[in-house]
Design a protein around this ligand. Structure first.
Ligand SMILES: NC(=O)c1ccc[n+]([C@@H]2O[C@H](COP(=O)([O-])OP(=O)(O)OC[C@H]3O[C@@H](n4cnc5c(N)ncnc54)[C@H](O)[C@@H]3O)[C@@H](O)[C@H]2O)c1
Length: 425
């Protein structure tokens, strides 16, 4: 449909994030349709080379001249009457190859319906989402915002969870959807991702989850995943790099293949996921004003202290923290925050509790816990190591995630969620 490799949808999405203060989906329509709202981007294609900075400039200039009322900020918003503000739902973009129609809505299903019905009626911004600039925020308003549930900050956002088909990933998918996000579930286990997405879409009666097959350790697969996301919804707000593997083994005899697999999936894949997520988020940021996005690595308590006979895993997780800190320094320029969450052991998840392959049965069989006769004995042994006497759960991790998303004054951090088992120094 387009002969430029450029990505116009994220630039458009940025405009809406900036002007509505609320997440949207942006889809390119399959057929041309005339809209009253136009952006002439031909300037950005001068000499046959696409220039994204010029494209962003054209988009911002055109948007400023559209006839919608810009959402007020600060005290203005608090005093404003409840009349909804509106934005166009269909925008024409003139590129070097002709007119392209992009459709916008708060909701993916509604956006698809609009395209089908060629419904160009205005998109109204509910009062609750009017932008409130920090500079003029009244004190009472600040406290009201703090009192609201943190999960509100994920509402309507577009999220990706790698390794989302089971375990902590599934917990994060479920929690984000409960908070009102639209979530891509990317997993090597495509069937598992599709089955979970279908269950959740049925449960909510609308599209809340979109499955994708991806090997996060393979660059082409990761590149395809992010171009798929761009085509499906136009951008991304929250990228959770969660997929991970554990192959325990002594340094005296672990084979190189096992060591490399752990390094590939836990360490190198975080570089690949960040590389393509940040490219998409950076484009969006060119027009998105002060809208922040998040890249979050699900790390581990083993990224904060060594793990006996588990060096491949701990090394890959320690390395992940180095990447988080370094990427955070660079990407802050595009208002992309990069942080890690370091959970303790998820005893209820499949890694530990799978009745055939889980660590509890493996440790019982290997006699790793002296005197343990049952799986329950092994579990009790590990729970006793935690000052709070229990394993980490999905909701524990979600609380840290919602904190990270809400907090717009922190990046490059590793947030422990270990029940006191690992303390920062
Ligand atoms: N389970 C724990 O106790 C625990 C503790 C701390 C941190 N973590 C971390 O949490 C994350 C999730 O762990 P979990 O225990 O839920 O794992 P899990 O094994 O239950 O699930 C991992 C998911 O990732 C997918 N996956 C594996 N390799 C992949 C690849 N190359 N590309 C795409 N998807 C892939 C799997 O198919 C699976 O769906 C990992 O990063 C892990 O290191 C786990």
């Amino acid at each position: 449909m387009k002969n430029h490799e450029s990505s116009i949808a994220p630039l458009l999405r940025g405009l809406y994030l900036h002007n509505a203060g609320r997440s949207v989906v942006v889809l390119q329509g399959k057929q041309q349709i005339k809209s009253d709202f136009q952006i002439d981007m031909q300037e950005a294609f001068r000499d046959g080379v696409y220039n994204e900075v010029l494209a962003a400039k054209s988009a911002a200039e055109a948007c400023a001249s559209w006839l919608f009322e810009r959402a007020p900020s600060g005290a203005e918003a608090l005093q404003a009457n409840q009349r909804p503000l509106s934005l166009p739902s269909c925008v024409n973009v003139q590129t070097d190859s002709g007119l392209e129609a992009y459709w916008v809505d708060w909701d993916l299903d509604n956006c698809r319906k609009r395209i089908h019905a060629e419904d160009t009626s205005a998109l109204e911004i509910p009062f609750a989402y009017k932008r409130i600039g920090t500079e003029t925020k009244a004190a009472t308003d600040i406290y009201q915002t703090l009192l609201q549930n943190r999960s509100r900050f994920a509402e309507g956002k577009i999220a990706l969870v790698t390794g989302g088909a089971q375990g902590f990933g599934e917990e994060l998918v479920r929690g984000l959807i409960a908070a009102g996000a639209l979530v891509f579930i990317a997993d090597l286990n495509g069937e598992g991702a599709a089955a979970l997405a279908e269950r959740l879409n049925t449960q909510y009666g609308k599209t809340v989850a979109l499955p994708a097959v991806c090997n996060v350790a393979d660059e082409e697969s990761v590149r395809d995943l992010f171009s798929h996301i761009e085509q499906q919804v136009g951008g991304l707000d929250i990228c959770i790099s969660n997929a991970g593997v554990l192959k325990a083994g002594s340094v005296l005899d672990q084979d190189l293949g096992a060591f490399k697999l752990v390094t590939d999936v836990n360490y190198i894949a975080f570089f690949l996921v960040t590389k393509y997520a940040a490219r998409l988020m950076r484009l969006q940021a060119m027009t998105a004003g002060d809208w922040y996005t998040d890249i979050v690595q699900i790390n581990s308590k083993s990224g904060l202290e060594g793990s006996n006979k588990n060096g491949a895993y701990a090394g890959s997780k320690f390395g992940g923290i180095g990447l988080v800190q370094s990427f955070a320094m660079e990407l802050v320029d595009y208002r992309i925050k990069v942080n890690a969450i370091c959970p303790g052991n998820f005893f209820d998840g499949p890694l530990w509790s799978d009745p055939e392959k889980g660590l509890f049965v493996q440790y019982l069989a290997a006699g790793k816990v002296p005197g343990a006769k049952t799986v329950a004995d092994v579990r009790a042994f590990y729970e006793a190591k935690v000052p709070m006497k229990r394993g980490c759960t999905g909701p524990d991790v979600l609380k840290a995630l919602f904190y990270i998303i809400e907090q717009e004054y922190e990046t490059g951090q590793a947030v422990p969620v270990t029940g006191g088992q690992v303390m920062l120094h």
